[in-house]
Structures are given as structure tokens and as C-alpha cells.
Write a protein that binds this ligand. Structure first.
Ligand code: GRF
Length: 226
């Protein structure tokens, strides 16, 4: 996908799908402001109108589009409209960033290997919603976040990179969520760079193939890494 460094670097064209506040999209947008970051964000797309993330994207000067799920009769119709918007933007890779809608198999299959997500737990623990509450309930001492390729099973695609944070005695769901979110904002731009620089690739089976990725590229320990 990417290829060289410097001003004439050919950047990977990325679209970001959001449904809400879009803080992870914001972290990708901030990373992409660096001329040496190998990614260009070509579109921020929301399935819901009037969400905070759209405003944030505009503040970053990014193109935005709403494909309102309420305007479509079926999931597949909506997915198709999203695909059309993505294709029109020239996106080569799609980042889900708080996109709160299950994607149909046809969509997932057509973007296979080019569709990634960030999830607020150390997968395969705590698949689904309310991850921080469940982590506290379960009494884990280490929690975190995961960037993974998307496959047809919920939160189960091949893992690209993870960041770990401690669970501190006395943590509330909010304090733990805030610590993980800070780690997410570091992990997502980092993991996206690994793909853009072709250090990590999904070859089709369950595992991700690391080409030149080092251990500290794919496993960020502590409070989310430096
Ligand atoms: C994040 O915690 C992300 O891991 C999860 O949804 C949340 C989205 O937050 N998939 P934001 O919209 O990026 O602020």
C-alpha cells in the first residue's frame, strides 16, 4: 500500500466510519496532519446525522458524509449506499471508529483485509458492549484495547495490535474508560501506520502476518505507550 517517505510519499487513502463523538477519528485526523504519516483521510462517514464526530471532522478540514440508516429499508441497502460513498471517495482502507452498526456479510467480504476496527478491550476478552463494566466485574488487573481486521464474527477478526492499561484499585467504569480511551488514541494511529507501511497484513487465514513489525509495534504495555 505505501511505499516511500518524504513529501512525495504516496499515502494510503483511508475512510473513517463513525456514529458518535468521533474521538478516535480525531486521533487519526491529528496523526494524518503530520506530512510523514503515510495515510490520507479521504472521508469521514456517519450512519447518523448531527453527531459530534462530524463537526470534529469538519474542524480538521475533512470531507464528511451522512448515510442515514433510517433512509434505507434493509441493512444490505444501507451497506450498499455506504460502499458507494466509500468507492466515490477513493478509499483503499476503511477504519471503523465507534461505528455502532453491524455490517452485513456482503459488505465485510467485499472489504476483507481492508476493514479494521478498534475495540475497547483486550480481545478475545469482553467481546461486545459494556466492556469496562464487565472488566471491573470480572476483576481483571489488566485491561486495554485492540485494533483488529473485521471478519464476519463480532469482534473476532485477526488482531493487529493491542495496548494494555492497568486496572487501578478504586476504578469506576468512567475512570477505566478514560484510561483505555487515552490508550486507544495512541494505538489506532499506530496500528494504521503498520498497515500503511505494509508491516502487517491479513493473508486470509485467522492470523495476521507480521512482516517487519517489532514486538513493541504490536503490543503496547503500560499506560498506553509513549
Ligand atoms: C471507542 O471506545 C471504541 O473503542 C469503540 O467505540 C468507542 C468510540 O468512541 N469501538 P469515539 O466515538 O471514537 O470517541
Amino acid at each position: 500500500m505505501v511505499r516511500s517517505t518524504g513529501a512525495d510519499m504516496k499515502k494510503l487513502k483511508v475512510a473513517v466510519l463513525i456514529s458518535g463523538r468521533g474521538s478516535n477519528m480525531g486521533s487519526l485526523a491529528r496523526a494524518a496532519m503530520d506530512p510523514d504519516y503515510p495515510v490520507e483521510i479521504v472521508l469521514v462517514l456517519s450512519n447518523k446525522p448531527h453527531v459530534g464526530g462530524l463537526e470534529l471532522a469538519q474542524e480538521h478540514g475533512l470531507s464528511i458524509q451522512v448515510v442515514d440508516q433510517k433512509a434505507y429499508a434493509s441493512r444490505d441497502d444501507h451497506d450498499r449506499a455506504v460502499t458507494e460513498a466509500l468507492q466515490a471517495s477513493g478509499a483503499e482502507l476503511v477504519c471503523l471508529a465507534g461505528y455502532m452498526r453491524i455490517l452485513g456479510d456482503a459488505f465485510v467480504n467485499s472489504w476483507r483485509g481492508r476493514l479494521i476496527n478498534i475495540h475497547p478491550s483486550l480481545l478475545p476478552s469482553f467481546i461486545g458492549l459494556d466492556t469496562h463494566a464487565r472488566a471491573l466485574e470480572r476483576g481483571v488487573r489488566i485491561h486495554g484495547c485492540t485494533v483488529h481486521f473485521v471478519n464476519n464474527e463480532l469482534d473476532a477478526g485477526p488482531i493487529i495490535a493491542q495496548a494494555a492499561v492497568p486496572v487501578v484499585p478504586g476504578d469506576s467504569e468512567e475512570s477505566l474508560a478514560a484510561r483505555v480511551l487515552e490508550a486507544e488514541h495512541k494505538l489506532y494511529p499506530h496500528a494504521l501506520r503498520l498497515i500503511a507501511e505494509q508491516k502487517v497484513r491479513w493473508t486470509g487465514d485467522q492470523a495476521v502476518r507480521d512482516m517487519n513489525a517489532a514486538a513493541d509495534d504490536v503490543a503496547i504495555m503500560g499506560d498506553g505507550g509513549a
